[in-house]
Each structure stands twice: as C-alpha cells, then as structure tokens.
Design a protein around this ligand. Structure first.
Ligand code: AMP
Ligand code: MG
Length: 324
C-alpha cells in the first residue's frame, strides 16, 4: 500500500524513488500527477502500467527551468512569449522535439513533437533537485477522473505505487490548457486551467480551435507516429527482405532472412518491451525494408497498449482516420 507523506518531508524519499526508476504521485497546481523520469523508458512504462492505459498516448514532460525546456524543445517566438508569461503555471506547449534530446520515445509515443509544462510548487522543486524532466499524466487509473487530493490518489492507485506526496488539495483542480503554434497561429488542443481569453490576450490573436484533421479528445492529437514501412502482425514466418520486430526468446521461422531485427524483450518482459517499442520501430523503419513483421505479443498488462499501437501501425493507410 502506498505511503502518503506530507510534501514538507517527502522530497528525499521521492527523489530516491525517481532515481531508482520508480514512479511517485505528486501534487501540482492542476491535479495530482503520476511522475517518472522522462529519460528512463522503464520508468515511463511503469506509468502506463500503473494507470492501466489501454494505449500509448503521449505524456506531458514537466521541467523546472527554461534552460531545461530549451534542451528538450525548439521554441518559436510566440511559444517563448507564452512560456515567459504563463510558466510556471497550468499551460502546456506542444513544441518540436530537439534532435538528440534525452526524452525517452515512449514519452512522445514516437512523435517528433513534445508537450512541455513548467509546474509550480513541490513538482518544480523535485524536478530541479532531480535535474531531469518528469513525465506525469494525471495520477488516476485509466477512465477515472483526475485526482485533486492525495487520498483520492491512494484510494485508486495505492496498491500499485509506493509513495503519494501530499500537498493538500490542488489549487487549480483542472488539467493544463494545451496549445500549439502552427504557422504562427495558436491552436487550442485542450481547454484547461488557463482560459482561452487570457491566451488570446497574450498572443494578440484569436485561438484556432480543434485539431487539424478532425477531433480527437482530449489532447486532440492530429496524427500519431506510423512507420513508413507496412506492418504485418502475429508473424510466424519471415520472408526475404522483411524487417523483424521480435518478442521473447523464440524466433519466427526463417528469421535469418530478415534484413534487420530488433527484439522488444528477449526475456519476454512487458515493461522492457513497452520502453523499446517506438525506438525499435523507428530503427527497423530506417533499415529501408518495405515490410516490418511483428512476432505475436501477449495481450496482458502493457501488452494491450503495445498491441493497440502495432494494430494502428498495421491498419490500411489510405483510409486516413483509421489508424489514429
Ligand atoms: P495527460 O498527461 O493525461 O494530462 O494528457 C496529456 C495530453 O497531452 C493528452 O491528451 C495528449 O494527447 C496531449 N499531448 C501530449 N503530447 C502531445 C503532442 N506531442 N502533440 C499533441 N498533443 C499531445
Ligand atoms: Mg488524465
């Protein structure tokens, strides 16, 4: 059962857990977050596992300083203005991910953009001390509402995490507002703790509402990472010229014919597989193979989200909406 600790005395235990690759529930000004080191794939996989999320949607990375933000993302002038005005605070900016950033690909779900926010209070001090960004979705199991008290977190996730840091009731009580600058215009991706009017005043222009290619709540992602190659699932045999995404200790027939191979987890460990999913797909895509074949992957635990992502990658591409 998770221990609930007052924020005033939780800094050292929270740091120790995060440094060990564990996850911790922390207060932020919006809602309680389930935080893990955003540069550690195994830690990020534990977030999805504890929430029981059936899919890998991208997470918000939290930073403590502008310097930390600039190591991760490219800022255009309008995004910089908004960061200066609203950070720290309940505003999330979606920005181009900087090449070579330390952010683990499971945080962005393989996308080349990153959602960034600078929180206030305990979270900010924790990130500063850790010296690394924290990935942190709301600290509730999938499908439940976002928790605004430590007790609500413990009731829901108490048997899956070790520590809930108690900072009292969260002041905003709503998720962060998510915006993205596109062609110099500001698009509202998710309404939240900062009102649209405040953003419009700061930007000096009206917000564009809704995602580019249809609506997709709640972050209204316009697109998901999909490999350039075709994808064939549940493969028991490899044909010459194909790339192989393997799982576990036993290989599909004719695996030697693959032009490239990556194993999600030799030992069949689902956390390891989740943390390798996007980087391995990207590596196999770079091999130039026209087809990536995927060995069967169990559906239990994180397997549900892994299989969901792979099913989207394998869906026909011409129907547009089908693999969102
Ligand atoms: P949560 O962490 O549960 O507050 O949700 C984060 C939200 O941010 C989700 O709705 C995501 O769809 C959205 N999000 C995260 N990263 C991106 C991104 N790179 N582009 C667009 N939306 C994003
Ligand atoms: Mg949530």
């Amino acid at each position: 059962m998770a221990e609930i600790r007052e924020a005033a005395e939780a800094m050292e235990p929270a740091l120790a857990l995060l440094r060990a690759g564990e996850i911790v529930a922390i207060p932020t000004e919006t809602v309680y977050g389930l935080a893990g080191d955003a540069t550690n794939g195994a830690a990020v996989a534990k977030i999805f596992e504890a929430k029981g999320r059936p899919r890998f949607n991208p997470l918000i990375a939290h930073v403590a300083t502008m310097a930390m933000a600039e190591e991760i993302a490219e800022f255009d002038p309008l995004s910089r203005t908004l960061a200066e005005k609203f950070w720290p605070g309940p505003l999330t900016l979606v920005l181009p991910l900087k090449a070579g950033s330390a952010i683990h690909p499971l945080v962005t779900a393989g996308l080349d953009t990153i959602a960034l926010r600078m929180p206030r209070g305990f979270g900010a001090r924790l990130i500063e001390r850790l010296g690394r960004p924290l990935a942190a979705p709301s600290a509730n199991s999938s499908g439940r509402i976002s928790p605004t008290t430590a007790e609500a977190v413990a009731d829901d996730l108490g048997d899956r995490i070790q520590l809930v840091v108690d900072g009292g009731a969260t002041p905003v009580g709503l998720e962060s507002t998510i915006v993205k600058v596109e062609d110099g215009r500001l698009r509202l991706l998710r309404p939240g703790g900062i009102a649209a009017g405040e953003l419009e005043a700061a930007a000096g222009a009206a917000l564009v509402r809704g995602a580019k290619n249809g609506v997709e709540a709640p972050g209204m992602l316009a697109s998901h990472y999909a490999p350039g190659a075709m994808v064939r699932l549940d493969a028991t045999e490899v044909e010459a010229g194909e790339a192989l995404l393997a799982f576990g200790p036993r290989r599909a027939r004719n695996a030697g014919a693959a032009v490239a191979m990556r194993n999600l987890s030799e030992a069949g460990d689902m956390r390891e597989a989740a943390s390798n999913l996007f980087s391995h797909l990207q590596a196999l895509d770079r091999s130039g193979a026209k087809m990536i074949v995927v060995e069967p992957i169990p559906h239990d635990g994180l397997g549900e989200a892994i299989n969901d992502r792979l099913a989207r990658a394998a869906a026909p591409r011409d129907s547009g909406a089908s693999y969102k």
